[in-house]
Design a protein around this ligand. Structure first.
Ligand code: AMP
Ligand code: ZN
Length: 484
């Protein structure tokens, strides 16, 4: 029953600039590709938001009953090359050692956030041959040219046959007038042209032989190679952060179309940015928070630590296409909301039932589906789940009634949408009222010790709690704690 209700999904398609009813190419199956991380440094929370958004989308497609092939790549070559060489000098590490380290770290963070693994996670370096083949093909079609050991995509030539700029809504004339001469662009016929293959300078470590000499593939090409290899020439959904729309995804459209004569993707989906003080969280500007800093509370921005599930819930409270600003206050509010929802779900087991229900439970459940079917509107879903929570509380207080059959239905639906679809999980003890109460007592005793300058006792309490998996953080407002 649930699956049928979820078969009317509206997706906002960037390519069309509007919502469309989702219709996969093959009945009951979905092919989805999402641009993965560049593994030469730790992922920050901004990156995590995009991966969590697409995990939620993946989960809802699964819940709807689709068989999904979800491909998310690892960028371990290409545009990473130059930075990697720079970093290597500092770290004295092998490129693949760096790649390994940050890939493992990335997977750990994804697991902490309860993101499901994609069904295929291909690497750029594992698909060099495919990328060389596509480059050869585009060259042969006359839509690319070789220049000094590199191969560039000829955007203006391509634009004679196919429209360039449709995804990002840019016009080639405007793009041309907006470009300046940049260093190293002399190899290109036009500043809009982008590299399919780059010649490696003698100092570049990551390099592969090719018909054009030693080099490495351009960044845009890896996603074209891996998405079409595993999902076909045209596939259902391609996702990534909004910042990748141009030029990365525009170039993917051009490469796919040049190779196969047709647009590679039916639904382009773009997740919006996580900001910090209104500014995009970004590696380059340095205004980032790493997940671990947030989970441990060891950062200058937040006044306490937050559990990964609270952070995930915070993200679910915003629509994936809206900008989300990160702040201590917003996370604090999300924490309260998270516990309210979890407590309601816990209470479901203990409700006593009546002959009839005071509310229309089917309507409530339908509202969960309606929210998700409307372009994965998780904030509306959360609001509707809160409405159900309010009803549950009323039943608990004997101010409302629920029938046995309705309770069973509501319980199944609330659990499905909270755990399966939004990917949340109960925090083992963090949400428990007894633990909260006990911790209040412990922290009060520690506060007394500190006031009496009994640092020994105060530190002992903190260290023993740490051993037990509870981190205490002190700030101007007092002490707070979190379960690790
Ligand atoms: P990168 O490793 O830089 O290629 O980024 C990996 C993914 O994270 C891409 O889909 C980006 O669009 C996304 N991303 C980067 N910064 C942010 C941000 N501040 N908020 C949300 N997503 C982001
Ligand atoms: Zn990509």
């Amino acid at each position: 029953m649930y699956n049928i209700m979820a078969q009317q999904i509206q997706i906002y398609n960037t390519l069309k600039g509007e919502k469309e009813t989702f219709k996969p190419i093959a009945d009951g199956q979905v092919g989805m590709y999402v641009c993965g991380p560049t593994v030469y440094s730790d992922v920050h929370l901004g990156n995590c938001r995009t991966f969590i958004s697409f995990d939620m989308i993946y989960r809802y497609l699964l819940h709807a009953g689709y068989k999904v092939r979800y491909v998310r790549n690892i960028t371990d070559a290409g545009h990473l090359e130059a930075s990697l060489a720079g970093k290597k000098k500092l770290d004295q590490l092998e490129p693949m050692e760096i790649v390994q380290k940050y890939t493992v770290g990335f997977h750990q963070v994804m697991e902490q956030f309860k993101n499901l693994p994609p069904t295929i996670e291909p690497t750029a370096t594992g698909h060099i041959i495919e990328q060389i083949e596509i480059t050869k093909d585009i060259l042969q079609k006359g839509l690319a040219y070789e220049s000094n050991g590199s191969v560039y995509f000829d955007v203006e030539k391509y634009n004679e046959t196919y429209p360039y700029g449709e995804l990002s809504g840019r016009k080639i004339e405007e793009l041309l007038s907006g470009t300046r001469d940049l260093d190293g662009q002399d190899e290109k016929r036009s500043p809009l042209d982008f590299a399919l293959w780059k010649k490696a300078s003698p100092t570049h470590i990551m390099r592969w032989p090719s018909p054009w000499g030693d080099g490495f593939p351009g960044w845009h090409l890896e996603c074209t190679a891996m998405s079409t290899k595993y999902l076909g020439e045209t596939f259902d959904i391609h996702g990534g952060g909004m910042d990748l729309k141009f030029p990365h995804h525009e170039c993917e459209v051009a490469q796919g179309t040049a190779t196969n004569g047709k647009s590679p993707v039916n639904y382009w989906m773009h997740a919006n940015m996580l900001t910090l003080n209104g500014q995009k969280m970004s590696k380059s500007t340095g205004n980032t928070i790493e997940p671990e800093e947030l989970f441990s509370g060891e950062n200058d921005i937040m006044n306490k630590a937050y559990h990964p599930m609270v952070v995930r819930f915070f993200m679910m409270q915003a629509h994936y296409r809206s900008i989300l600003d990160f702040s201590s206050d917003a996370l604090g509010a999300a924490e309260k909301g998270f516990h309210k929802l979890m407590n309601a779900i816990k209470d479901l087991d203990q409700l006593s039932t009546s002959e009839t229900s005071s509310e229309d439970v089917d309507k409530l459940i339908a509202s969960f589906y309606a929210a998700m079917n409307d372009d994965f509107n998780t904030p509306i879903l959360v609001a509707n789940l809160f409405e159900a929570a309010t009803y549950i509380n009323k039943v608990k207080d004997k101010k409302s009634e629920i029938s046995k059959a309705d309770l069973k239905k509501l319980s199944a639906a609330m659990q499905a949408f909270t755990f399966e679809v939004m990917g949340l999980d109960m925090i083992d003890s963090g949400g428990g009222n007894q633990l909260d109460a006990a911790m209040d007592i412990v922290l009060e005793l520690r506060k007394n010790a500190r006031e009496q300058k009994d640092w020994g006792t105060s530190d002992l309490i903190r260290d023993k709690l740490k051993e037990a998996g509870i981190t205490v953080k002190d700030s101007a407002e007092g002490s707070s704690w979190t379960v690790n």
